[in-house]
Design a protein around this ligand. Structure first.
Ligand code: GLV
Length: 329
């Protein structure tokens, strides 16, 4: 034991990056990926000065009740709906995320999903793996072209903007809805036009969700919103499960009131609504939009920077660069 402050990392990441903490901290890293119960988390947090956690670690008042030494919770993710910022702020504990370093990887993956849905890639692959070959039939596996179709984006933060930038290459006009319109110069750079939510729902041929989950955005896309979409439209969710009512979505896809969907995130993750698993007009993946080696390494590095800064080390000493509750500083 040393008298260095202690950092706990709740999941295996990149040891070479975590090693940057070692000169200043006693570091413990979980060797296997797992989900901690609230009481396990509370026990872990009680013994730490800093923690680097993932999105499945839900941290609120109960988990920090005994965490008297804890100064920062550094989240490995841009979204932080797993953290209760009010409870952390009230306890004087800083919280940080990994905004920005994942924008481009997530935007790339969004397009992979969108194109995968448009061209029915998952279903075609399942068909091929099952030993069939229908690709040679002229009218088998007909998909949808994206050129000239309208891309709608709900939530036009930095990820939404990175998604919009790529639309130029695919020849797609972009409409978006956001809490407030972007400055004109940013809109111009994204080639995107602000519309209200109803116009977005009715106008998009491909609707991408890129907004954070909060009490306000929970079920932002449910049966009434799905009913406003074109029956030929496709929905892409790379944001968070819970923004979409997955049961209502599955029903719309089953009844062909919506042509298709591509989902990287699910309500009640890691569970997936069973009806979605039975449908052929949906592309599914296990929450991997930011999962490239470079990006996951950069996210780890940013979490480390935030911890170092909280304890007065590194170029951001005293002010973690991604602080979410600056009032605690
Ligand atoms: C992933 O979902 C993230 O929030 O970074």
């Amino acid at each position: 034991m040393t008298d260095k402050p202690r950092v706990w990392v709740s999941r295996p990441t990149f040891p070479g990056v975590i090693a940057r903490l070692e000169p200043h901290f006693e570091v413990s890293v979980e060797e296997a990926e797992r989900k901690f119960s609230p009481s396990e988390l509370a026990d872990k947090l009680a013994a730490q000065d800093a923690v680097i956690v993932g999105l499945k670690d839900r941290i609120g008042a109960a988990e920090i009740a005994g965490a008297h030494r804890l100064r920062i919770v550094a989240n490995l993710g841009v979204g932080y709906d797993n953290l209760d910022l009010d409870a952390l702020g009230a306890a004087g504990i800083a919280a940080s995320n990994t905004a920005d370093v994942l924008n481009e990887s997530v935007a790339d993956y969004t397009w992979a999903l969108l194109l995968g849905a448009a061209r029915r890639m998952s279903a075609a692959e399942r068909w091929l793996r099952a030993g069939h070959w229908h690709g040679s039939e002229f009218k088998a596996w007909l998909g949808t072209d994206v050129r000239g179709r309208t891309l709608g984006i709900l939530g036009m933060g930095r990820i939404g903007q990175a998604i919009a930038h790529r639309a130029v290459g695919f020849g797609m006009p972009v409409i978006y809805h956001n809490r407030s319109p972007l400055p004109e110069a940013v809109e111009r750079a994204c080639n995107a036009r602000y519309v209200d939510k109803q116009q977005l729902l009715g106008g998009a041929d491909f609707l991408v969700l890129a907004l954070p989950l909060s009490a306000r955005t929970r079920h932002a896309i449910a049966a009434p919103e799905l009913a406003l979409m074109k029956p030929t439209a496709m929905l892409v969710n790379i944001a968070r499960g819970g923004i979409v009512d997955d049961a209502a979505l599955a029903a719309a896809l089953r009844d062909r009131r919506l042509a298709g969907a591509a989902l990287d995130v699910f309500e009640g993750e890691p569970k997936v609504h069973p009806a979605l698993l039975t449908l052929d007009n949906v592309v599914l993946s296990p929450h991997i939009a930011s999962a490239t080696t470079d990006t996951r390494r950069a996210m780890t590095s940013l979490a480390v920077d935030n911890v170092l800064a909280m304890f007065g080390y590194g170029p951001h000493a005293g002010r973690p660069p991604n602080i979410l509750n600056p009032n605690v500083l």
